[in-house]
Design a protein around this ligand. Structure first.
Ligand code: HEC
Length: 158
């Protein structure tokens, strides 16, 4: 019986070590502000930037702060997926690369998603309670998004 336990434990330990080498997310962190960063393409007041950095940048920018457990499989796969999919949908560090109509759509979605409580992802908030948006944070983001959408529409109709 002891022998079987030892074998099982051995397999678990080896398995745990092996999975560490599978599907490791790319954890490059951008040190400086990218040329296509949203702050270089539209007005982002400091209070808005602070909210975005605190609550959205881990998944929607190239400035992800990788927590310790994001280096350990299988947690690393879950975190990596959120970041990859979040960035694919909208990356504030690559904002300049998308068309004006896409920017408009994304800005509209920002207000929608936070009002409905879809963003930041609820499972993220469990371990990042500071990222939770207050009513005031939501108002600030929505007002900002609305203003920038208006600017884009005016630019479009010129
Ligand atoms: C833990 C990671 C994470 C955080 C933090 C996060 N998001 Fe997301 N976000 C995602 C993922 C993943 C998707 C893609 C979801 C999908 O495709 O269904 C997404 C999608 C979106 C979309 C596009 C929605 C759509 O389906 O059109 C918007 C807009 C958005 N997020 C806004 C925000 C805002 C604003 C914040 C901060 C207040 C934020 N997100 C924080 C992971 C995150």
């Amino acid at each position: 019986m002891k022998r079987i336990l030892k074998i099982v434990l051995f397999i678990l330990v080896v398995g745990f070590i092996v999975i560490q080498f599978i599907n490791r997310p790319d954890k490059t962190i951008l040190a400086e502000t990218a040329p296509d960063d949203i702050t270089k393409h539209m007005q982002v007041p400091e209070n808005v930037q602070n909210i975005l950095k605190r609550s959205c940048y881990d998944c929607h920018s190239s400035h992800t702060k990788w927590p310790w457990y994001s280096h350990i499989a299988p947690a690393s796969w879950l975190v990596g997926d959120d970041v990859t999919n979040g960035r694919k949908k909208m990356n504030f560090s690559e904002w300049g690369k998308i068309s004006d109509s896409k920017k408009e759509a994304r800005l509209n979605e920002v207000c929608e998603q936070i009002t409905e409580g879809e963003m930041p992802l609820p499972n993220y908030l469990i371990l990042h309670s500071k990222a939770k948006l207050s009513k005031e944070d939501k108002d600030i983001l929505c007002r900002w998004a609305e203003e920038e959408v208006k600017k884009l529409e005016e630019k479009d109709s010129e």
